[in-house]
Design a protein around this ligand. Structure first.
Ligand SMILES: [Zn+2]
Length: 86
């Protein structure tokens, strides 16, 4: 069993009002009652994920557009989530 199996599951929003934008709800590992919203934005075949957690805002978002941009662990969990659905 992998470590991620014990995490609370990622949920995907049933309705996504904006075309090309998918919303996810990702529980915090530190506090399962805390949940972060991740939005995946598809534009021209490229998906960019944005999270509302402090790590994303303070450490990831400032690198957006520089080529060093990476998502936080919540963004990565939505990637895992989609791979598990495939
Ligand atoms: Zn995050």
């Amino acid at each position: 069993m992998s470590a991620t199996a014990t995490l609370a599951p990622v949920r995907k929003a049933k309705k996504n009002a904006v075309p090309g934008v998918t919303t996810y709800y990702v529980p915090s590992e530190a506090d399962p009652k805390q949940e972060y919203i991740v939005v995946a934005v598809d534009r021209d075949g490229i998906t960019i994920r944005f999270c509302q957690c402090p790590d994303f805002f303070t450490r990831r978002l400032p690198t957006f557009g520089t080529g060093h941009f990476e998502g936080c662990k919540h963004c990565l969990r939505t990637v895992d989530f989609e791979e598990q659905q495939a």
